[in-house]
Design a protein around this ligand. Structure first.
Ligand code: MEV
Length: 310
């Protein structure tokens, strides 16, 4: 028996890190996908996949759903850059949850069920995920997300598209692989929060404001407001301590060509992963990046979430 599901990566328009503290986040799924195939009969040997299988089995047990103990083997194919803030581990969590749930229950499961199970898998990658990454990958489209409690998450799939006058001018610029994991970045912000609570709270409130401003800028197709908000959000993330000197340097180097912000957990000592960058003259920017040997990929949002492949 073979089963395969694919799930998209994601980009934070705004709200990373603040979302861990109960603030909202605005995230879009993107046209880069990861596929998990499960195959019956061959025994899995990879430790991380064995852990994922265990989490799904425990999830089913907790829901009193009986499941078989058949040998199973997982394989993964992906074109989402790994560890660069584009949600590759969330896409793995979602596609694996979908494929394994169907394998064990013998039926296709609802997106809600897949999302709940994927959230448990994501905890293998970092201990206190907000859950927005798996939700964006699972449901696709533009997600406005807020976690009130562990048991209460408001996941709104917005009936709104990033307008063409904005999305056509966006690109993803690679500032390099962070050496820190997402979990370590979340922990660093936590330590800072405990030491400088009121300063960090101000920054989190600022980011909450930015998330809401971005929604308004998209609704009004207001490019100037979008750009201003992206810059403010990036400044707050720098002040929060999640952006490296290298990423700040790249943004400074490109400042005459547009504005940008990191997307995801960031990174402090080396790279900070990808930057979402708005450029009035996108072709001019691409030439500039090529001459300067700064890698980039297109920004391509998608409405498509997790889906069955076979
Ligand atoms: C990392 O993908 C995004 C963070 O906000 C953590 C999370 O939401 O779980 C930094």
């Amino acid at each position: 028996m073979y089963l395969a599901y694919s799930s998209p990566g994601r980009v934070y328009l705004s709200g990373e890190h603040a979302v861990v503290y109960g603030k909202p986040a605005l995230v879009t799924a993107i046209n880069l996908r990861l596929t998990v195939t499960v195959e019956e009969g061959k025994k899995e040997t990879k430790t991380s996949f064995i852990q994922i299988i265990k989490v799904v089995q425990q999830y089913l047990t907790s829901k009193k759903i009986t499941h078989s103990d058949k040998s199973i083997h997982l394989s993964v194919k992906s074109n989402i850059p790994v560890g660069r803030g584009l949600g590759s581990s969330a896409a793995l969590s979602v596609a694996a949850a979908a494929a394994l749930l169907e394998f064990y229950t013998g039926k296709e499961n609802s997106s809600e069920e897949i999302n709940n199970c994927a959230y448990r898998i994501e905890k293998l990658f970092h201990l206190h995920p907000s859950g927005v990454d798996v939700s964006a990958s699972c449901f696709g489209g533009l997600i406005y997300y807020r976690k009130e409690f562990e048991f209460l998450k408001n996941i709104s799939r917005l009936n709104l598209k990033i307008p063409k006058n904005i999305s056509d001018k966006l690109i993803l610029i690679d500032t390099g692989h962070p050496i820190e994991s997402t979990g370590q970045m979340v922990e660093m912000v936590g330590t800072r929060y405990n030491k400088e609570t009121s300063r960090v709270e101000k920054l989190l409130n600022q980011i909450e404001k930015n998330v809401k401003q971005l929604v308004v800028s998209l609704m009004k197709e207001d490019v100037a407001f979008f750009k201003k908000t992206i810059s403010e959000n990036q400044k707050a993330l720098v002040d929060l301590g999640v952006v490296s000197k290298k990423a700040v340097g790249i943004l400074k180097y490109l400042e005459k060509l547009g504005v940008g912000k990191i997307t995801g957990g960031g990174g402090l000592k080396k790279g900070s992963g990808f930057i979402l960058f708005y450029a009035e003259d996108l072709e001019g920017l691409k030439n500039h990046l090529e001459i300067s040997k700064i890698p980039y990929i297109p920004f391509s949002p998608t409405l498509e979430g997790c889906k069955k492949e076979l």
